[in-house]
Ligand binder design. Sequence first.
Ligand code: SF4
Length: 285
Amino acid sequence: MNMKECDLYKREKDRVRCLACAHKCLIEKENTGICGVRKNINNKLYLLVYGKVASMAVDPIEKKPLYNFLPKTKAFSIGTIGCNFRCANCQNFEISQVKEIIGEEITPEQIIENAIKTGCKSIAYTYNEPVIFAEFVKEVSILAKKNNLKNIWVTNGYMSKEAFDYMKGYIDAMNIDLKFFNEKTYLKICKARLQPVLETIKRAYKAGIHIELTTLLIPGLNDNEKELQKTAKFIASIDKKIPWHISRFFPMYKMLDKPITPISSLEKAYKIGKKHLKYVYIGNV
Ligand code: SF4
């Protein structure tokens, strides 16, 4: 099995504290954190998916979605297994929620070589949450930069400040999910919190990273006018020019009880967004 000692952790007596995401898991010997890919072995934290890619494809950058960054180019996209969220509606649950460590072994050099060969202009860390395999992302990113390729994160935004500082300088663009504007819904649906996501958005903007945000509009959960207003106002308070993608929901994984988002709801959200923001896009239709 490919493993590498993590950089983002510290010892705490007979346990280790992972510093990669906002969960900051305190991990006992022989256990993994919530994401399932960072394991305490003899009080050292190891990344179990180092160089073990579970999903790899050449995608149009618009699929990330990023509309205002390197438009009409291709992104060499990779992801591993595991995730720090437990979203009931995860569209990649087959890799994100799997317990077994699976994937194809690949080196950073091979990833860059493939990206260049396929005419990609960027590497996208996507499909599952990149922060959980940050050490591998960083190695690929350093090499990407040397080869004039941009680095893109498609992320739930739950990275810690430590992870952000660790990656700073190696992220060119991010699509950050702003799933809900409600702490309770984040906790109920994703087993996570809203606040760290808002902090990542602000941090990334301040660091000069190109950011675009995505909200999947789920009927009965976040399609009410009040929440949409709050979301749009929050984005505008940072910068009116941050693109906001409003995406259509389809029943998925454990969330089969909600209907497909009606077009009228997407249009309502679009109108609210446009009152505050310059770039609003409807997606998944
Ligand atoms: S990345 Fe997050 S979920 Fe995974 S072990 Fe670290 S703190 Fe826990």
